[in-house]
Write a protein that binds this ligand. Structure first.
Ligand code: HEM
Length: 473
């Protein structure tokens, strides 16, 4: 039986259809023939993940079964079912162990990695630092970093390495928010380390187990983790040398307060792990998104002109403040549309069910693995007509809208991105300040960059764009 891909009305998706017929236990949704072991499917995915998944979606529908011995995996591209899984069945899910094993080598046992009660208590303790209100307090820190960085951008350059410039900038922003410190020589080394860890991590995800890190060919990864560890440990040690009443207002101080109040629940190792996750999750995804945004601006001059106009009218040449951000509605729409076309996390971390789940009429046993390729959901023409077109107007307040679950660049449910408000605030400030000072143009002979997936979604070759200082900028 095929699971049909239905052309439903966006407003009523999930509400106007009768409940699907219940399939007998033991029946699996349709999927590609696995052959003897199904491992050829895994090889296919490791070569071209999105090519393989969209082909199977075309052939088998929105709920696809991949039999890869010894596992059963379900790929979900139905918005309603994806949401139902992450929200209603949250308590029946853990992260796929192999993914967590790979990530924990770097992130330790941070909120990104933890499960069950330890996750809940970490999430509760950290959440207050990331509410929309708490995030507003960071705006002056962000504008300070952006103002300084943009002074170093050239007045004109035909091929400015904008991806690298934006990565340094988002790293500077996160270092200031985390440690009240600016990018220095160590942070430059960290940039390369982050890249090495992403490439190594992505490759390991397709292997059932990791070779130990002491194997000679893993020297680069080993060194990369040591670079990041030393960066973070140095900041923690330096802070502990300072009198408590002289600690600056930043994320490290808040983490060390947790440590001071309850050292058993928050040993220094836990503080280190959260710093690592905030550092990595906090700059890499924002850098990837801003890189794609700069490409979208360069490739769509009319959109860029409209966004520039909004910034000029609203800010009148001033630095943005937190109070200005709601007025930058069109700039925000350009970022939302970028996140739709190029989600920095194009596949959510896979989940494993810990008890049987019924989803879309399928009775799926415990230990089933679930994958949600956000990128395919967000490129689905049923919810986003002409999905490959960059159209920020899709997110205007009077636009037709899309079903819940069709758009989730930050995930959804209790494990939704902890830093989503911080990310949107930071990216809106950076985008507005770039638009205020520069015009971005694609070099004439340049082809559209192709997305490459190494944990986050980046252009396959480092992006360079023409930048020219805006008049009066
Ligand atoms: C454009 C920027 C960002 C994107 C697209 C993004 C995307 C995501 C996604 C999709 C998830 C959920 C993964 C899943 O369900 O499997 C996630 C989780 C998370 N993100 Fe982000 N993120 C961004 C920025 C940030 C920032 C700035 C921070 C922190 C400073 C952050 C911290 C986290 C953490 C800690 C989690 C794990 C939450 C948990 O498991 O409870 N992210 N992010």
């Amino acid at each position: 039986m095929n699971t049909p891909t239905s052309p439903r009305c966006p407003f009523h998706a999930g509400t106007d259809l009768p409940a699907p017929a219940l399939q007998p236990p033991g029946a699996w949704p349709p999927g590609p023939p696995p052959g003897l072991t199904g491992w050829s499917l895994l090889r296919r995915m490791s070569r071209d993940l999105f090519g393989a998944l969209s082909e199977w979606k075309q052939a088998y529908g929105d709920v696809v079964h991949l039999r890869m011995w010894p596992e059963h995996q379900i790929v979900l591209t139905d918005p309603q079912l994806a949401r139902e899984l992450l929200v209603e069945h949250h308590d029946a899910l853990i992260r796929w162990e192999r993914g967590i094993e790979v990530f924990s080598q770097v992130h330790g046992r941070s909120v990104l990695i933890a499960e069950g009660a330890p996750w809940r208590s970490k999430r509760q303790a950290l959440q207050p630092n990331f509410t929309p209100k708490a995030v507003q307090a960071f705006v002056p820190t962000i504008t300070g970093a952006v103002g300084k960085a943009l002074c170093d951008w050239p007045a004109r350059d035909a091929r400015w390495p904008i991806e690298s410039a934006l990565t340094s900038l988002t790293m500077d922003v996160i270092l200031r928010m985390l440690f009240s410190s600016e990018v220095d020589a160590d942070a430059r080394k960290a940039e390369q380390a982050v890249h090495e860890i992403s490439v190594a991590g992505n490759a390991e995800l397709y292997w059932p187990a990791s070779w130990p890190d002491w194997m000679p060919w893993k020297r680069a990864k080993r060194r990369a983790i040591a670079v990041l560890d030393s960066l973070i440990n140095r900041h923690i040690a330096a802070r502990l040398q300072v009198e408590r009443n002289a600690w600056p207002v930043d994320i490290l101080t808040r983490l060390l307060e947790l440590h001071r109040d309850d050292p058993a629940a928050w040993p220094l190792r836990a503080v280190r792990d959260e710093c690592m996750t905030t550092f990595l999750a906090g700059h890499e995804t924002a850098a990837a998104t801003l890189t794609w945004w700069s490409w979208c601006m360069a490739a769509n001059p009319a959109v860029q002109a409209k966004a520039k106009e909004e910034v000029a009218v609203r800010l009148q040449g001033r630095m943005p403040t937190a109070a200005d951000l709601p007025a930058l509605g069109y700039v925000t729409q350009t970022l939302q549309e970028t996140l739709r076309l190029y989600p920095a996390a194009p596949v959510l971390l896979s989940r494993r069910s810990t008890r049987p789940i019924t989803l879309g009429g399928w009775q799926l046993p415990a230990r089933t693995i679930f994958a949600i390729p956000v990128q395919l959901l967000q490129h689905d023409a049923r919810w986003f007509p002409e999905p490959q077109e960059f159209r920020p107007e899709r997110f205007a307040t009077d636009a037709p809208g899309h079903p819940r679950g069709a758009l989730m660049p930050f995930g959804t449910g209790p494990r939704v991105c902890l830093g989503q408000h911080l990310a949107m605030t930071e990216m809106t400030v950076i985008a507005a300040m770039i638009l205020q000072r520069f015009t971005l143009t694609a070099p004439e002979d340049m082809a559209a960059p192709r997305p490459a997936f190494n944990i986050s979604l980046r252009p396959d070759a480092p992006l360079r764009l023409q930048v020219s200082a805006a008049q009066g900028g």
